[in-house]
Design a protein around this ligand. Structure first.
Ligand SMILES: [Zn+2]
Ligand SMILES: [Zn+2]
Ligand SMILES: [Zn+2]
Length: 113
C-alpha cells in the first residue's frame, strides 16, 4: 500500500508547502469534504478555488476522529485524528510535529464546545 497523494503547493517529500515550511511542518491533513490530503488549509482553499465546481470546506466532526486523516511527512504513515491530537510527535517514526499547528486545529476539526 503506497502513501496517499498530497495535493496543493507541496514543496518537498515531507509535505512542506509554500505556506508552512519550517523544520517541523511535516504533516499533511486529509480534508473531510473531498477526502484529499493537503499540507494546509490554504493549499486546500486555493486548489478548490481553481476547480470547475468549488466546494465548501468541511471540518471533521468529533464522531469521525477515528479516521486516518493525518499523514506524517517523515515516514508517510497515517495517524487518526484523535491520536494526532494526543501526541506531539509521530507515533510511528518519532518525528516531531509543529506544536504551532494546534493554533489552526479549529480549521480542520470540529472541536467540542
Ligand atoms: Zn475539500
Ligand atoms: Zn499550504
Ligand atoms: Zn512518522
Amino acid at each position: 500500500m503506497g502513501a496517499p497523494t498530497v495535493y496543493g503547493a507541496v514543496l518537498d517529500a515531507s509535505t512542506r508547502c509554500i505556506h508552512f515550511h519550517s523544520e517541523r511542518d511535516i504533516v499533511a491533513i486529509k480534508f473531510a469534504c473531498c477526502r484529499r490530503y493537503y499540507p494546509c488549509f490554504q493549499c486546500h482553499d486555493e486548489a478548490v478555488r481553481h476547480e470547475r465546481t468549488p466546494h465548501a470546506t468541511r471540518r471533521w466532526p468529533q464522531a469521525e476522529w477515528s479516521e486516518l486523516a493525518i499523514l506524517c511527512g517523515a515516514c508517510h504513515r497515517q495517524l487518526s485524528i484523535s491520536e494526532y491530537r494526543r501526541v506531539d510527535r509521530c507515533s510511528h517514526c518519532n518525528a516531531e510535529f509543529n506544536s504551532g499547528c494546534r493554533l489552526h486545529a479549529h480549521l480542520y476539526f470540529d472541536e467540542p464546545q
